[in-house]
Design a binder for this molecule. Structure first.
Ligand SMILES: CC(C)=CCC/C(C)=C/CC/C(C)=C/CC/C(C)=C/COP(=O)(O)OP(=O)(O)O
Ligand SMILES: O=P(O)(O)OC[C@@H](O)CO
Ligand SMILES: [Mg+2]
Length: 254
Protein backbone atom coordinates (compact mmCIF):
# COMPACT_ATOMS: atom_id res chain seq x y z
CA UNK A 1 0.00 0.00 0.00
CA UNK A 2 1.10 3.51 -0.87
CA UNK A 3 1.86 5.82 2.07
CA UNK A 4 1.71 9.21 0.40
CA UNK A 5 -1.14 10.59 2.51
CA UNK A 6 0.15 9.40 5.85
CA UNK A 7 3.64 10.68 5.00
CA UNK A 8 2.23 14.10 4.22
CA UNK A 9 0.19 14.14 7.42
CA UNK A 10 3.21 13.09 9.47
CA UNK A 11 5.23 15.90 7.91
CA UNK A 12 2.49 18.39 8.75
CA UNK A 13 2.34 17.17 12.33
CA UNK A 14 6.09 17.33 12.83
CA UNK A 15 6.75 20.64 11.08
CA UNK A 16 3.83 22.71 12.36
CA UNK A 17 2.67 23.25 8.76
CA UNK A 18 -1.04 23.38 8.00
CA UNK A 19 -3.28 21.77 5.41
CA UNK A 20 -6.65 22.44 3.81
CA UNK A 21 -9.30 20.00 2.61
CA UNK A 22 -12.43 20.65 0.58
CA UNK A 23 -15.26 18.35 1.56
CA UNK A 24 -17.26 17.43 -1.51
CA UNK A 25 -20.72 16.10 -0.77
CA UNK A 26 -21.79 14.16 -3.89
CA UNK A 27 -25.39 15.22 -3.30
CA UNK A 28 -24.51 18.92 -3.55
CA UNK A 29 -23.66 18.77 -7.24
CA UNK A 30 -26.59 18.43 -9.50
CA UNK A 31 -24.83 18.76 -12.84
CA UNK A 32 -21.45 17.63 -14.11
CA UNK A 33 -20.87 21.03 -15.72
CA UNK A 34 -21.36 22.93 -12.46
CA UNK A 35 -19.05 20.54 -10.63
CA UNK A 36 -16.40 20.78 -13.37
CA UNK A 37 -16.43 24.57 -13.16
CA UNK A 38 -15.93 24.44 -9.41
CA UNK A 39 -13.06 22.00 -9.83
CA UNK A 40 -11.35 24.42 -12.24
CA UNK A 41 -11.42 27.11 -9.56
CA UNK A 42 -9.63 24.81 -7.13
CA UNK A 43 -6.43 25.08 -9.20
CA UNK A 44 -5.90 28.58 -7.87
CA UNK A 45 -6.61 27.61 -4.29
CA UNK A 46 -3.96 24.99 -3.57
CA UNK A 47 -6.09 22.59 -1.57
CA UNK A 48 -4.13 19.68 -0.13
CA UNK A 49 -6.86 17.05 -0.10
CA UNK A 50 -10.33 16.40 -1.42
CA UNK A 51 -12.59 14.75 1.13
CA UNK A 52 -15.56 12.97 -0.37
CA UNK A 53 -18.65 11.87 1.52
CA UNK A 54 -21.85 12.77 3.29
CA UNK A 55 -23.93 11.62 6.20
CA UNK A 56 -26.61 10.39 3.83
CA UNK A 57 -25.72 9.96 0.20
CA UNK A 58 -28.70 9.70 -2.07
CA UNK A 59 -26.94 9.36 -5.39
CA UNK A 60 -24.54 6.56 -6.09
CA UNK A 61 -22.06 8.63 -8.07
CA UNK A 62 -18.87 8.32 -6.06
CA UNK A 63 -16.87 6.59 -8.85
CA UNK A 64 -18.00 9.20 -11.34
CA UNK A 65 -17.01 12.06 -9.07
CA UNK A 66 -13.58 10.59 -8.39
CA UNK A 67 -12.97 10.16 -12.11
CA UNK A 68 -13.95 13.76 -12.74
CA UNK A 69 -11.67 15.02 -9.97
CA UNK A 70 -8.79 12.88 -11.24
CA UNK A 71 -9.25 14.16 -14.79
CA UNK A 72 -8.51 17.68 -13.55
CA UNK A 73 -6.28 17.27 -10.50
CA UNK A 74 -3.90 14.37 -10.66
CA UNK A 75 -1.76 15.51 -7.73
CA UNK A 76 -4.38 16.11 -5.04
CA UNK A 77 -5.32 12.98 -3.09
CA UNK A 78 -9.00 12.07 -2.90
CA UNK A 79 -9.86 10.79 0.56
CA UNK A 80 -13.20 9.13 1.33
CA UNK A 81 -15.00 10.54 4.36
CA UNK A 82 -17.72 7.91 4.55
CA UNK A 83 -20.98 8.14 6.45
CA UNK A 84 -21.27 4.37 5.95
CA UNK A 85 -19.58 1.41 4.30
CA UNK A 86 -21.61 1.81 1.10
CA UNK A 87 -19.73 5.04 0.37
CA UNK A 88 -16.72 3.18 -0.91
CA UNK A 89 -14.73 3.29 -4.10
CA UNK A 90 -11.36 1.61 -4.59
CA UNK A 91 -10.50 4.45 -6.98
CA UNK A 92 -10.02 6.88 -4.09
CA UNK A 93 -6.48 7.39 -2.79
CA UNK A 94 -7.38 7.05 0.87
CA UNK A 95 -10.20 6.47 3.31
CA UNK A 96 -10.78 7.99 6.73
CA UNK A 97 -11.39 4.77 8.62
CA UNK A 98 -13.54 6.67 11.09
CA UNK A 99 -14.52 5.29 14.43
CA UNK A 100 -17.13 7.52 16.09
CA UNK A 101 -15.52 7.41 19.54
CA UNK A 102 -17.60 10.26 20.98
CA UNK A 103 -20.69 8.06 20.58
CA UNK A 104 -21.81 4.67 21.77
CA UNK A 105 -23.27 3.35 18.55
CA UNK A 106 -21.51 0.01 17.90
CA UNK A 107 -22.24 0.16 14.16
CA UNK A 108 -20.13 3.32 13.92
CA UNK A 109 -17.45 2.16 16.34
CA UNK A 110 -16.74 -1.19 14.65
CA UNK A 111 -19.75 -2.49 12.65
CA UNK A 112 -19.38 -0.65 9.33
CA UNK A 113 -15.67 -1.31 9.56
CA UNK A 114 -16.10 -5.07 9.62
CA UNK A 115 -18.28 -4.96 6.50
CA UNK A 116 -15.79 -2.99 4.46
CA UNK A 117 -12.50 -4.47 5.76
CA UNK A 118 -12.27 -7.32 3.18
CA UNK A 119 -12.76 -4.81 0.32
CA UNK A 120 -10.07 -2.57 1.79
CA UNK A 121 -7.67 -5.50 2.02
CA UNK A 122 -8.16 -6.17 -1.72
CA UNK A 123 -7.63 -2.55 -2.75
CA UNK A 124 -4.59 -0.24 -2.86
CA UNK A 125 -6.38 2.43 -0.93
CA UNK A 126 -4.55 4.04 1.99
CA UNK A 127 -6.41 3.38 5.23
CA UNK A 128 -6.24 6.18 7.79
CA UNK A 129 -7.42 5.03 11.24
CA UNK A 130 -9.22 8.09 12.58
CA UNK A 131 -10.90 8.85 15.89
CA UNK A 132 -13.98 10.88 15.03
CA UNK A 133 -15.36 13.14 17.77
CA UNK A 134 -18.63 14.96 17.28
CA UNK A 135 -18.74 18.20 19.25
CA UNK A 136 -21.89 20.15 20.04
CA UNK A 137 -22.06 22.93 17.46
CA UNK A 138 -25.15 24.62 18.81
CA UNK A 139 -27.81 22.69 16.94
CA UNK A 140 -28.59 19.15 15.87
CA UNK A 141 -26.89 18.49 12.53
CA UNK A 142 -27.35 15.70 10.00
CA UNK A 143 -24.46 13.70 11.44
CA UNK A 144 -25.93 13.75 14.96
CA UNK A 145 -29.23 12.52 13.65
CA UNK A 146 -27.87 9.92 11.24
CA UNK A 147 -25.40 8.57 13.78
CA UNK A 148 -27.94 8.60 16.62
CA UNK A 149 -25.26 9.74 19.04
CA UNK A 150 -24.92 12.58 21.54
CA UNK A 151 -22.13 15.04 20.76
CA UNK A 152 -19.51 16.02 23.32
CA UNK A 153 -20.04 19.45 24.93
CA UNK A 154 -18.09 22.29 23.30
CA UNK A 155 -16.87 23.72 26.60
CA UNK A 156 -15.75 20.75 28.66
CA UNK A 157 -12.34 20.01 27.21
CA UNK A 158 -11.63 17.28 29.76
CA UNK A 159 -14.31 15.03 28.22
CA UNK A 160 -12.98 15.51 24.69
CA UNK A 161 -9.42 14.95 25.91
CA UNK A 162 -10.33 11.72 27.75
CA UNK A 163 -12.14 10.48 24.62
CA UNK A 164 -9.28 11.34 22.27
CA UNK A 165 -6.71 9.80 24.60
CA UNK A 166 -8.73 6.57 24.75
CA UNK A 167 -8.70 6.56 20.93
CA UNK A 168 -4.95 7.09 20.92
CA UNK A 169 -4.40 4.21 23.34
CA UNK A 170 -6.54 2.02 21.06
CA UNK A 171 -4.08 2.80 18.28
CA UNK A 172 -5.95 5.44 16.27
CA UNK A 173 -3.51 7.66 14.38
CA UNK A 174 -5.58 10.67 13.34
CA UNK A 175 -8.30 12.65 15.08
CA UNK A 176 -11.19 14.63 13.67
CA UNK A 177 -13.12 17.16 15.76
CA UNK A 178 -16.38 17.87 13.94
CA UNK A 179 -19.12 20.28 15.02
CA UNK A 180 -21.26 18.82 12.20
CA UNK A 181 -21.92 20.18 8.79
CA UNK A 182 -23.28 23.75 8.84
CA UNK A 183 -22.97 24.04 12.63
CA UNK A 184 -23.68 27.56 13.97
CA UNK A 185 -20.74 27.25 16.41
CA UNK A 186 -17.55 25.60 15.23
CA UNK A 187 -15.44 23.49 17.61
CA UNK A 188 -14.22 25.86 20.35
CA UNK A 189 -10.66 27.02 20.59
CA UNK A 190 -10.34 25.51 24.07
CA UNK A 191 -11.35 22.05 22.84
CA UNK A 192 -8.96 22.20 19.87
CA UNK A 193 -6.05 23.34 22.07
CA UNK A 194 -6.67 20.76 24.77
CA UNK A 195 -7.09 17.83 22.38
CA UNK A 196 -4.06 18.74 20.26
CA UNK A 197 -1.95 19.16 23.35
CA UNK A 198 -3.01 15.76 24.71
CA UNK A 199 -2.73 13.62 21.59
CA UNK A 200 0.20 15.14 19.68
CA UNK A 201 -1.16 13.54 16.51
CA UNK A 202 -2.52 15.01 13.26
CA UNK A 203 -5.75 16.86 14.11
CA UNK A 204 -8.52 17.62 11.60
CA UNK A 205 -11.17 20.20 12.45
CA UNK A 206 -14.40 20.92 10.60
CA UNK A 207 -18.03 21.89 10.88
CA UNK A 208 -19.38 25.44 10.65
CA UNK A 209 -16.08 27.00 9.57
CA UNK A 210 -17.62 29.59 7.25
CA UNK A 211 -15.38 32.65 7.58
CA UNK A 212 -11.68 33.36 7.40
CA UNK A 213 -11.72 34.52 11.04
CA UNK A 214 -13.17 31.23 12.29
CA UNK A 215 -10.73 29.24 10.14
CA UNK A 216 -7.71 31.21 11.38
CA UNK A 217 -8.79 30.60 14.96
CA UNK A 218 -9.07 26.85 14.31
CA UNK A 219 -5.53 26.74 12.87
CA UNK A 220 -4.11 28.96 15.61
CA UNK A 221 -5.70 26.77 18.27
CA UNK A 222 -3.95 23.66 16.91
CA UNK A 223 -5.84 22.26 13.92
CA UNK A 224 -3.37 20.73 11.44
CA UNK A 225 -5.96 20.34 8.74
CA UNK A 226 -9.15 22.33 8.31
CA UNK A 227 -12.10 20.79 6.44
CA UNK A 228 -14.46 23.12 4.58
CA UNK A 229 -17.78 21.96 3.16
CA UNK A 230 -20.88 24.16 3.10
CA UNK A 231 -19.03 27.47 3.10
CA UNK A 232 -17.25 26.50 -0.10
CA UNK A 233 -20.50 25.56 -1.81
CA UNK A 234 -21.64 29.14 -1.10
CA UNK A 235 -18.35 30.81 -1.90
CA UNK A 236 -15.48 29.06 -3.70
CA UNK A 237 -13.21 32.05 -3.09
CA UNK A 238 -12.92 31.11 0.56
CA UNK A 239 -10.54 28.30 -0.44
CA UNK A 240 -8.25 30.83 -2.09
CA UNK A 241 -8.44 33.19 0.88
CA UNK A 242 -7.46 30.43 3.29
CA UNK A 243 -4.66 29.33 1.02
CA UNK A 244 -3.25 32.88 0.81
CA UNK A 245 -3.45 33.21 4.58
CA UNK A 246 -1.41 30.01 5.00
CA UNK A 247 1.15 31.28 2.52
CA UNK A 248 1.48 34.64 4.23
CA UNK A 249 2.15 33.06 7.59
CA UNK A 250 4.52 30.55 5.91
CA UNK A 251 2.78 27.43 7.03
CA UNK A 252 1.64 26.07 3.68
CA UNK A 253 2.71 22.49 3.40
CA UNK A 254 3.71 22.68 -0.28
C1 LIG B 1 -15.18 3.31 8.20
C2 LIG B 1 -16.47 3.29 7.51
C3 LIG B 1 -16.63 2.40 6.35
C4 LIG B 1 -17.52 4.02 7.87
C5 LIG B 1 -17.48 4.96 9.00
C6 LIG B 1 -18.84 5.19 9.48
C7 LIG B 1 -18.81 6.24 10.55
C8 LIG B 1 -18.06 6.00 11.81
C9 LIG B 1 -19.47 7.41 10.33
C10 LIG B 1 -19.50 8.50 11.30
C11 LIG B 1 -20.80 9.22 11.34
C12 LIG B 1 -21.21 9.90 10.04
C13 LIG B 1 -22.61 9.65 9.60
C14 LIG B 1 -20.37 10.70 9.36
C15 LIG B 1 -20.69 11.44 8.11
C16 LIG B 1 -19.69 12.46 7.96
C17 LIG B 1 -19.89 13.37 6.79
C18 LIG B 1 -19.20 13.05 5.54
C19 LIG B 1 -20.60 14.48 6.94
C20 LIG B 1 -20.74 15.49 5.83
O1 LIG B 1 -21.69 16.26 5.94
P1 LIG B 1 -23.29 16.05 5.77
O2 LIG B 1 -23.79 15.77 7.11
O3 LIG B 1 -23.64 15.17 4.65
O4 LIG B 1 -23.59 17.51 5.36
P2 LIG B 1 -24.84 18.26 4.83
O5 LIG B 1 -25.88 18.13 5.90
O6 LIG B 1 -24.33 19.66 4.69
O7 LIG B 1 -25.17 17.61 3.56
O1 LIG C 1 -19.96 21.75 5.83
P1 LIG C 1 -19.15 22.28 6.95
O2 LIG C 1 -19.96 23.05 7.97
O3 LIG C 1 -17.96 23.06 6.47
O4 LIG C 1 -18.59 21.00 7.74
C1 LIG C 1 -17.60 20.19 7.19
C2 LIG C 1 -17.44 18.85 7.87
O5 LIG C 1 -16.58 18.88 8.93
C3 LIG C 1 -18.75 18.23 8.24
O6 LIG C 1 -18.60 16.91 8.58
MG1 LIG D 1 -24.69 15.83 2.93
Amino acid sequence: MNKLISDKLALINQSGKKALAWLIDPDDFKSEREFSEKLELVSRANVDFFFLGGSLIQRNNIHEIIQLIKSKHTQIPVILFPGSAIQFSPEADGILFLSLISGRNPELLIGQHVSIAPELAKSDIEVLPTGYLLIDGGEKTAVHYVSQTIPLPNHHPELAVATALAGKFLGLKYFYLDAGSGAPDPVSSEIIKAVKNAIQAPLFVGGGLNSLEKIKLAYQSGADLVVLGNAVVQNMELLEEVSSFLEIVHVRVN
